[in-house]
Ligand binder design. Sequence first.
Ligand SMILES: [Ca+2]
Ligand SMILES: [Ca+2]
Ligand SMILES: [Ca+2]
Length: 380
Amino acid sequence: MRNGWVLLFILMLGCLPASAYDHKYAAEFLNIGVGARAGAMGGAFSAVADDASAGYWNPAGLRLLSRRQIGLMHSAQFGNEVKYDYLVFGSPGGVESYGVSLIRMGIDDIPYTEDAFHDWGMDNIPPGSPGDDGSDDYDPATNPDGTEGNGTWDPYDSTFPDLPGEGIDEGAIEYKSDVEMALLVTYAKTIGALSAGANAKLIRQGIGDASLLGLGGDDTMFGFGVDLGLLYQIRPWWRTAAVLRDAVGTLLVWNNGTRNTKTPTLTVGNAVFARAASNQVRLTVAADVDLRFEGRETASQFSTGALSADLRIGGEIAYREAIALRAGLQPSSRDKEPYGRAWDLTLGAGLSFRGMMLDYAFSEHRVFDQTHKVSLGLLL
Ligand SMILES: [Ca+2]
Ligand SMILES: [Ca+2]
Ligand SMILES: [Ca+2]
């Protein structure tokens, strides 16, 4: 079986297409990570993946579920203007498991100022008002440097310290919303000692007056992709994983015809488990490496050419599987320059009681700043 694992792994590597060098950061909301338990462990979850959030972290992990499970996560930041929500259902069977995950990120009230500036010239005096003169009147033939009526915003510029620069008409600022959605349908199967899983993934984005599901909006995007995952129990205390997310490049098509590709990410992970005090205490330590091929450079921890690597580390200590404390390190969401940081700390805790799970995680993130995630889980 070990040979089979290696073979499948090589096959997954072979799926990396030559077009993997396009468009980094496309559909970046899918990299944020779901579930407060995984979030508290730095997202080092590809080899842990034993709850319903496996559909996201490693589709093969759905084989580790012993019962049907529903999960919910909510995360909000910036006065509730950025909302990140997640809903999952996972169902294990004899040798096959199924799951459905819905991920939604919504950002409300994004100010669009493009049409809100006063095109009055850098003196900010309206045409025809006292004090305004002809020297700032834009005319392509006679005064191409004129800033009044030139159709662009000319704010204060220290080259002209006596001029206030063009102001913004606050009443004319347009507020838009951005809704990003992903639907993952997961299938996993046990093949001997190996678990294998796959996601079919639909992505939808709407900017403007988008609805709850990202429909409508002025600018819309539709995407389709596939994730693949493998999980192998090497020893009773050691599990290893490989996940190829966006396996052949996830295609994103915008309504204006623009096409992006979300490039593949290969995650290789390991988790080890130790038990103590007559099995009442469980300790899990996990590490994942995310490999990308899109030239992230300073936005990653280690890079050479187009290849970049980011390391995630997480730990969980559980007492009677009822109370758990977690901590982790994840790649810093801030660019190495100018912040000079490679890691963000994650922390969290969980309670489990009669098939109900409540988890909390704290982490730092570029999009959300300090993020608080709350998850609820229910065994059916
Ligand atoms: Ca003027
Ligand atoms: Ca004028
Ligand atoms: Ca202007």
